[in-house]
Ligand binder design. Structure first.
Ligand code: ASP
Length: 332
């Protein structure tokens, strides 16, 4: 009976996800966001919006549309990023992500909601939808962080399916990288990277998600800023929220997202706060750095700011049925 219920629930989800996600079938293991939650009507007048690091139009649109249908901010963000987690062409998030230097794909993610609750998973193998998994850690365990094998064990206990996340294309690129014969992790400063998404729902509640495969060809066991609450993501529903992308080591050293939210609490706009957080990184550098760090933030007034070390960082914004990609200001 229980098995039948689970299979029916899963079947319903597959149908919903292929409708929601257009061309990309979100993995059947991702059955946690239910349609009834998305169509729940709200009476609040707050205009919802979704913002995401980089150019991720469909993921951001999925989140924005869910918000307009009345989804709460965290469910919308988890649903939005699930699209990119399942997108095999995106080599920096989820399935298809670049592997570590041993050829294994390990994923990191965290979530934080308007109540200040949070969850994170670190260095997880074989599970595509790690943002949903981080939310499950938050909601279904007494803990905030699960790492490695423990996170995978928990995922399997929750009905997630173990999958091979390494695509032939990512494997080929890794083989090419190995030919260089020296350890040099790579970071993509072009179009796609870690997805940090911030959503504000019809109640004006803020939540966020950060999901990534981390630096390409990182050392086994390396974890960056993305799943670290306060570094890759921070939300304070009285103030605002921030997300980070880029070289995680530099973000962690300055606890970047928490710093931005605290600066906004002190009265800075999201733009001013992002600029100050970037300058905290740069003041430790003796010359122009060759790494990228970028921040995206919003406050309770709905103001948005972004700033990066190098040009090339963009973010995607959905509001009032309009989804657009916007170039960030940068130092260099
Ligand atoms: N911040 C991520 C990390 O350091 C990488 C990225 O944003 O591209 O793992």
């Amino acid at each position: 009976m229980l098995l039948y219920w689970w299979l029916m629930k899963r079947k319903t989800f597959i149908h919903q996800s292929s409708l929601l996600a257009g061309g990309i079938l979100i993995s059947p293991t991702f059955f946690h966001v239910k349609e009834d939650r998305l169509i729940k009507k709200n009476i609040s007048s707050h205009t919802p919006y979704a913002i995401s690091t980089w150019n991720v139009p469909r993921a951001n649109e999925i989140a924005g549309e869910a918000l307009e249908k009345g989804s709460n901010a965290l469910d919308a963000a988890v649903l939005g990023v699930a699209y990119e987690e399942a997108n095999l062409l995106n080599t920096t998030v989820g399935k298809g992500g670049a592997p570590d230097r041993d050829g294994e794909v390990t994923l990191d993610a965290c979530v934080m909601n308007h109540k200040g609750d949070c969850g994170a998973v670190l260095a997880v193998q074989n599970i595509t939808h790690v943002a949903a998994l981080a939310k499950d850690v938050m909601e279904k365990t007494p803990h905030v962080i699960l790492a490695g094998e423990g996170a995978k064990k928990f995922a399997l206990s929750q009905g997630y399916i173990s999958e091979n996340l390494l695509t032939p294309e990512s494997e080929k690129a890794w083989q090419e990288w190995l030919k260089k014969g020296r350890y040099e992790p790579e970071i993509n400063v072009e179009n796609h990277d870690t997805i940090g998404m911030l959503c504000s729902d019809q109640n004006g509640h803020l939540s966020g998600v950060c999901t990534t495969s981390g630096l390409a060809y990182k050392m086994k066991g390396r974890v960056g800023d993305s799943p670290i609450i306060g570094s890759g993501l921070f939300i304070d529903n009285n103030v605002g929220g921030a997300v980070a992308t880029g070289l995680g080591e530099e973000v962690i050293k300055t606890v970047g997202s928490f710093l931005i939210v605290e600066l906004m609490r002190q009265g800075k706009t999201p733009q001013e706060a992002c600029e100050e957080a970037v300058s905290r990184i740069l003041e430790k550098q003796i010359s122009k750095p060759d790494f990228q760090v970028a921040y995206l933030a919003t406050n309770k007034k709905g103001e948005i700011g972004s700033y990066s070390i190098h040009k090339g960082f963009t973010y995607t914004q959905y509001k009032n049925n309009l989804n657009q990609n916007i170039a960030s200001k940068a130092v260099y």
